[in-house]
Design a protein around this ligand. Structure first.
Ligand code: MRU
Length: 364
């Protein structure tokens, strides 16, 4: 996607041909900064500290992180240790494990001397494939928005509600939930996006709003609790969210608060779709609520807010009373029965085992 007319991905190989550059998402929306990753420790830190985040981008960063790690130590034990270090960075998004298992399977049989070049090539393939997967999700999902537009008075926008950031910043390019929005927008469909602020880290208010704004897509940031009210008043035509891990049976794990939006959508009859790339589907799991590990993060993400003052300075303030404990769960699970459909790169299917198997008969 473009930032002020210049095409960017979220991760790329630097001009030196070996270090890796990423957009530092902890600085957005106030500052656009590029971070350079030069080794395993920096790659692991980038994922853990959410300099990069979003399931597909976490996977791509882990892949490049392994390439960087192998430059430091490419022997068998080095490979084992680096996979373990990168895998431990964040627990919920399955793309992390998916990418590392893919690279390990490719690299393990090779002699140590060939592993670095092969790791870079495989990481580049992971990144390029992610772009194509997201592009396809966009093409399939745009049809849903076009169909809704056809039922509206001419020129009236389709109102899409989204949660967290599942746009191009969360992937290598295009996004998952937002790919259908960008594709429909490019096709000239009138649309408008309700952007959940997504406390505690505000990925909606800071990242989704930023990228929609840069692309010129009409949108409005709303507090996390507003969605249900809008749905009751016919102001949402469709919800589209992303996923960090979807089970073989169609349970969807995504940013905390997604479940409440799905409940409201179910109650009000608003279709609830999930942009679900195949690397985010964990075919080994059947019950999302009991089997998916839910990340618990530092309570300061909740008790503090970093914001820009009128003079442009970035300040961090505390919003809770001193001494009040906080709990900070990062994700929740939306049961498959609340999901209208999964938008995958191979098409749209019901959130059921049969639905997923109809599109991915062989994937394990
Ligand atoms: O904690 P984050 O910001 O990594 O969480 C991101 C999300 O929950 C996204 O919705 C999900 O990764 C899908 S990204 C295309």
């Amino acid at each position: 996607m473009k930032i002020d007319g210049k095409a960017f991905r979220t991760i790329w190989l630097a001009a030196d041909g070996w270090s890796v550059e990423v957009i530092d998402q902890t600085k957005l929306p106030h500052r656009f900064e590029i971070a350079r990753l030069t080794g395993r420790a920096e790659a692991a830190h980038a994922i853990k500290a959410m300099i990069v985040r979003g399931a597909p981008l976490i996977g791509a960063t882990a892949a490049y992180g392994l390439a960087l790690a192998l430059r430091e130590d490419a022997c068998d034990s080095g490979l084992t240790e680096s996979v373990a270090v990168l895998l431990a960075t964040r627990p919920t998004a399955v793309n992390l494990r998916w990418a590392l298992e893919r690279l390990e399977a490719r690299l393990r049989p090779l002699p140590a001397g060939e592993r670095v070049a092969a790791a870079y090539a495989e990481a580049a393939a992971v990144a390029d494939e992610d772009v194509e997967i997201c592009r396809s999700i966009g093409a399939h999902g745009a049809g849903l928005i076009e169909a809704l537009a056809a039922g509206k008075a001419k020129g009236r926008p389709v109102n899409v509600l989204t949660h967290c950031n599942a746009g191009w910043l969360a992937t290598v390019d295009w996004g998952t939930a937002l790919a259908p929005v960008y594709t429909a927008f490019e096709r000239g469909v009138p649309l408008h996006v309700w952007v959940d602020e997504t406390r505690p880290r505000n990925q909606g208010a800071s990242l989704t709003a930023w990228e929609l704004n840069k692309h010129g897509v009409p949108h409005t940031v709303i507090a996390d609790n507003v969605g249900g009210h809008l749905m009751q008043h016919g102001m949402v035509d469709i919800c589209i969210v992303g996923t960090d891990r979807t089970t073989a049976t169609g349970d969807v794990c995504n940013k905390i608060g997604t479940y409440l939006k799905a409940l409201a959508a179910h109650d009000t009859g608003v279709p609830f779709y999930v942009g679900a790339p195949s690397p985010s589907i964990d075919f080994r799991l059947r019950d999302g609520i009991t089997e998916i590990p839910i990340e618990e993060r530092d309570g300061r993400e909740l008790s503090e807010i970093t914001a820009r003052t009128a003079s442009g300075e970035l300040v961090t303030v505390t919003v809770t009373p001193e001494g009040s404990p906080v709990g900070n769960w990062g994700f929740d699970v939306t049961p498959a029965r609340l999901v209208t459909g999964l938008i995958t790169e191979r098409g749209i299917c019901p959130a059921t085992e049969a639905g997923l198997r109809s599109l991915f008969p062989k994937t394990t």
